[in-house]
Design a binder for this molecule. Structure first.
Ligand code: GUN
Length: 279
């Protein structure tokens, strides 16, 4: 079975458009794009296009590639204090001279639609409500919508990044999976991945998950967005693995569109929370 993230994302966006209309609120998302990396610029454009599709107002703050950390922090302060802005997304990765931790920490947690702020990460660890990182959230939506059982399943996550691997493992634990996290120093990776009922690869290495690493019938989720000879390739050797897996996401058209749909959902949620009177 092909897990059609694009089709699912389109349906979620359509539903969200209706919810936004009904809500009577006009959510606004601010993106911050630093430098001129073509992939980052493309992702930000896609996010703005999705905003337009669902009725979210969006603004982009474009900063030069040689900007300093303190200049970025100043811009974030303005966005944090702007009552018209509900959500803030700083497109990562940032240029080398910028302190990414300081930047993430400077986003108002109530406007943190990426769920990267330590306060929101802490809520995730504690199982408390809060914005969840968009890619792991989108993957949980795929699993739920396709009826893939997480309770009691052995989920193996390849990658331990703050934006995907770690929040993914935590969300799977909250969904009662038994979770193993693997990474670049893991010994005998195939012996572990072969045990997975759900295998999630966020390694960032094209075609590294091969058929001999997958248990027959497993669900395989490919987070990879690797650019090889001008083409987008996932982490998974799709041709070989799709004949063994029970279900698999393609690249493109799998996890990527669900990341954007989750961002739109988080933006509406941030706007809703901010509209609520303080308790
Ligand atoms: N870069 C790649 N994916 C993402 C994402 O989901 N959020 C942000 N802020 N940057 C990214």
């Amino acid at each position: 079975m092909i897990l059609d993230g694009k089709g699912l994302a389109d349906r979620r966006l359509e539903a969200l458009k209706g919810k936004i209309k009904e809500s009577g609120i006009n959510p606004t998302l601010a993106t911050v794009l630093i430098g001129d990396d073509p992939a980052s610029a493309l992702y930000v454009r896609m996010k703005h296009r999705a905003c337009e599709q669902v009725g979210i107002r969006s603004v982009n703050v474009q900063l030069p590639g040689d900007v300093s950390t303190s200049e970025v922090l100043d811009r974030l302060k303005t966005l944090n204090e702007d009552p018209d802005i509900d959500g803030i997304l700083v497109q990562l990765p940032l240029p080398a001279q910028i302190d990414t931790h300081q930047v993430i920490n400077a986003v108002n947690p109530a406007k943190d639609v990426d769920g990267y702020h330590p306060v929101n990460m802490g809520k995730l660890v504690g199982g408390l409500p809060g914005p969840r990182s968009c890619t792991p959230k989108g993957i949980m939506t795929i699993l739920n919508e396709y009826g893939i059982e997480t309770s009691g399943a052995h989920a193996v996550v390849i990658g331990r990044s703050v934006d995907v691997g770690k929040p993914m493992a935590l969300l799977l634990m909250l969904a009662d999976a038994t979770v193993t996290v693997c990474h670049s120093k893991t010994k005998d990776l195939p012996s572990i991945t072969k045990q997975a009922d759900i295998l999630i690869s966020a390694a960032g290495k094209a075609d590294m998950v091969t058929a001999d690493m997958v248990k027959p019938g497993a669900t395989v989720i490919d987070v990879g967005t690797n650019h090889v000879n001008g083409k987008l390739r996932g982490d998974v050797d799709f041709e070989a693995v799709s004949s063994i897996a029970g279900a698999i996401t393609p690249v493109p058209g799998g996890v990527g569109p669900m990341t954007i749909a989750s961002l739109m959902e988080n933006t509406l949620e941030a706007a809703r929370s901010r509209c609520k009177p303080a308790e």
